[in-house]
Ligand binder design. Structure first.
Ligand code: GDP
Ligand code: MG
Length: 181
């Protein structure tokens, strides 16, 4: 049977997390498989639809970027409305962004009418080695793991720069989202 379903279900996935943790870069890696070190904070990606094969089934994700509004603390609850899943990013080399994850989680909980699968993502894993050798404090993986467990979220570490784990992370979330809908 080759006929496509009349209206294919589209899953809304929103990105969250502090400014500069790599949300836009993550999407650019996912949708275009490229990384640019010079994207401006207000630039969103133009590719917001991504089709993945999840457990043998074509699955369409509609991905939402914050377009830089998080810098001003003006992400509204409506941003999360009707989301089927959330990618909540922090930067493994930025403690502040990790500490702010709780606030994001609270906001997501407040905004959703039902439990929505959340993937906590420690991004910029490629920087960990250099940061450590320069004496910069990094967030160990088990910090992320523990925080995710506390909130019933999934956890992964990625690099939008070298691409590691980006697709896998989204696939994992998509699988969870489909399970719950
Ligand atoms: P956003 O504000 O969360 O959308 O973050 P951006 O995608 O604009 O990224 C902020 C900065 O971090 C940019 O200079 C990116 O090039 C850089 N960046 C994003 N992801 C990574 C990553 O995985 N590794 C490294 N080394 N840099 C990254
Ligand atoms: Mg951005």
């Amino acid at each position: 049977n080759t006929s496509a379903p009349e209206s294919q279900k589209v899953y809304k996935i929103v990105l969250a997390g502090d400014a500069a943790v790599g949300k836009t870069s993550f999407l650019m890696r996912l949708c275009k498989n490229e990384f640019r070190g010079d994207i401006s904070a207000t630039v969103g990606v133009d590719c917001k639809m991504k089709t993945l094969i999840v457990d043998g089934e074509e699955t369409v994700l509609q991905l939402w970027d914050t377009a830089g509004l998080e810098r001003f603390g003006i992400i509204s609850k409506s941003y999360f409305r009707k989301a089927s899943g959330v990618l909540l990013l922090y930067d493994v080399t930025c403690e502040r962004s990790f500490l702010n994850v709780r606030e994001w989680l609270t906001m997501i909980e407040d905004a959703s009418t039902q439990v929505v699968p959340i993937m906590l993502v420690g991004n910029k894993s490629d920087l960990r080695a250099t940061a450590a050798s320069e004496g910069q404090k990094c967030m160990p993986s088990h910090f992320g793991e523990n925080l995710a467990r506390t909130y019933g979220a999934l956890f992964c570490e990625t690099s939008a720069k070298d691409g590691s784990n980006v697709v896998e992370t989204v696939l994992h979330l998509a699988r969870e989202v489909k399970k719950r809908t």
